[in-house]
Ligand binder design. Structure first.
Ligand code: NAI
Length: 307
């Protein structure tokens, strides 16, 4: 990647930056001139174990490359943990300009087998995690009169995917959280956007392969390196994105997408007393059916090979 200095003087907190996409963003943020808080508690993929010193390793890599970074090992799922990582940014570097909500876990299982614990754990890290860090940063952003939040969502939520009800619900919830923050904090120049990334990481390495077609798809996914998510993320963190807020993007290798957001697509009206069950069956649904959204998964919509 070319040498860029778009983030000179900025302070960026990247959650879950001990590996995968977050690590790529943290490394590139430092290269672009930012001071970085590298958060990661070293969780296993399902969030059941917290072991490694992943954040320390990334900090050492950033420092070896001449950048500035500090490690944080708190959990985004805990409000106090989120407050501590935000405080660490201001303690170490004097300010905070952007929070990248990237930390995540998976507990994939079909809905009829999903336990309350599976649902709770995933929503806690993704949706509550995004709330916790954003809420902690909001106080600083308002005082400063500026700030950028970037949340990793997923086409599993935006489009659909099998065996991910917990994850999809959390990721779709994050888009609504982001929109609400964008609306509420616009008057303080605080922006909030989402990115649905596609990248080969341990999260996607977890995908179950039980057919030659799926194996071929997974082989194509291996070409999508996590570092490709960093440029758009860091553009959104920069002052050049001052007028970009409330949007949902997707990044897949060298492709960048602007995703749609829900709006009415077709309406029907009935005069007199309005609709009853039978007239809905005979009139409304036949008219609306032409615009029904098919029951698709992400791979049906992103059906071509990554560029
Ligand atoms: P990853 O599993 O490599 O990285 C996630 C990191 O979050 C891990 O290092 C983990 O230790 C950390 N983490 C987990 N729970 C935490 C907690 N409570 N507090 C702090 N850190 C915690 O996964 P990857 O692929 O890099 O994913 C990054 C983000 O992108 C996630 O939000 C994921 O849902 C999203 N995403 C990734 C896609 C992909 O294709 N890789 C697709 C769609 C979304």
């Amino acid at each position: 990647m070319s040498d860029q200095t778009n983030l000179n003087g900025k302070v960026v907190l990247v959650t879950g930056a001990g590996g995968g996409i977050g690590r790529g963003i943290a490394m590139e943020a430092a290269r672009a001139g930012a001071s970085v808080v590298v958060n990661d508690l070293g969780a296993s993929l399902d969030g059941r174990r917290e072991t490694s010193a992943a954040a320390d390793t990334v900090v050492a890599e950033i420092e070896a490359a001449g950048g500035r970074a500090v490690a944080n090992g708190d959990s985004v799922a805990e409000p106090d943990g989120a407050k501590a990582m935000v405080r660490q940014a201001t303690d170490a570097f004097g300010r905070l300009d952007a929070v990248i909500n990237n930390a995540g876990i998976l507990r994939d299982t079909f809905f009829h087998k999903m336990t309350w614990e599976d649902f709770d754990a995933v929503v806690k890290v993704h949706l509550y995690g995004a709330f916790n860090t954003s809420r902690a940063a909001a106080d600083i952003f308002r005082d400063q009169g500026s700030g950028s939040l970037i949340h990793m969502t997923s086409t599993s939520g935006l489009v659909g995917n099998l065996a991910q009800a917990n994850y999809s619900a959390a990721k779709m919830g994050i888009t609504a959280l982001s929109k609400s923050i964008a609306l509420d904090l616009a008057r303080w120049n605080v922006r909030s956007n989402c990115i649905a990334p596609f990248a080969w990481s341990r999260m996607t390495a977890n995908i179950k392969v039980d057919s030659p077609e799926q194996e071929e798809r997974v082989n194509r996914m291996k070409e999508m390196i996590p570092e490709k998510i960093a440029p758009l993320t860091l553009f959104l963190a920069s002052d050049d994105a001052a007028d970009v807020t409330g949007q949902i993007f997707a990044v897949r290798n060298n492709e960048i997408f602007l995703m749609s957001q829900s709006r009415p697509v077709r309406s029907v009206h009935r005069g007199g007393d309005g609709w009853d069950i039978t007239s809905i069956r005979d009139g409304a649904i036949p008219a609306l059916r032409r615009s029904f959204v098919p029951l698709e998964v992400s791979a049906d919509v992103f059906a071509w090979d990554p560029v």
